[in-house]
Design a protein around this ligand. Structure first.
Ligand SMILES: [Zn+2]
Length: 222
């Protein structure tokens, strides 16, 4: 029970905690009106234009916390509340997604590395379980090692995501400050919104590495 607890239960609890925290922090700051009077979409547009990224579109995407930057189409996608609301949360999230667009434009190293890894990660995520199950049922140790090697690619990806996310938030805060879009009494709410989002990525990375160590320990016991 010890290793299983460490590998699955604790990361799961940490993951739930991070998810709950990001939702509650976002909801709270969505209710705080921001003095700049701009929607998340207008904030994103303003920062993009200030950085010469006039050709990068800002589009509305359904759902909540579904905000993202799409490197393939070079476009910023904001969820309905972020797109339309004038709030501390929509300012924070809108600026963060533009942070990724700036990373892309400036060829930020971790952003490039993460994008380059993406096809391999998708491939590995789809087939690692087949090798694991095949290895167990056919009793072929080599298959299990292949499964673990493939799973390691996904784990590495989760860790490469961390500097990319932290850097996007750092850029967001810098842009908001430089363009005078956030008053000093509003900065705390922006920071806590961005920090809560960052914790979900930390939790995911820890969960992934815990599972990897668990499989390695099972192999070690054989
Ligand atoms: Zn991000």
């Amino acid at each position: 029970m010890g290793p299983f607890l460490l590998a699955f239960i604790i990361p799961m609890v940490l993951g739930f905690w991070a998810q709950h925290r990001v939702k509650s922090t976002f909801a709270k700051n969505l209710g705080v009106r921001i003095a700049n009077g701009m929607t998340g979409a207008q904030i994103a547009r303003r920062i993009l234009d200030a950085n010469g990224l006039n050709e990068v579109p800002v589009e509305e995407t359904p759902g909540t916390l579904s905000d993202h930057y799409d490197p393939r189409s070079r476009s910023v996608h904001l969820s309905t509340p972020v797109f339309h609301e004038v709030s501390v949360a929509s300012t924070a999230v809108g600026a963060h997604e533009v942070g990724h667009a700036i990373q892309h434009a400036q060829a930020y190293s971790f952003f490039r590395f993460r994008s380059a890894m993406f096809p391999a990660v998708q491939f590995a995520s789809n087939i690692w379980m087949l090798f694991l199950l095949g290895g167990i049922f056919l009793n072929i140790l080599g298959f299990i090692w292949i499964a673990i090697a493939l799973y390691s690619i996904a784990v590495l990806f989760q860790f490469v995501t961390l500097p990319v996310e932290f850097d996007a938030s750092r850029r967001a805060k810098q842009q908001l400050q430089d363009l005078g879009l956030v008053a000093s009494n509003e900065a705390t709410g922006v920071n806590s919104t961005l920090k809560a989002a960052a914790w979900t990525y930390v939790a995911a990375a820890l969960a992934a590495v815990a599972v990897l160590l668990y499989y390695l320990s099972l192999l070690g016991n054989r």
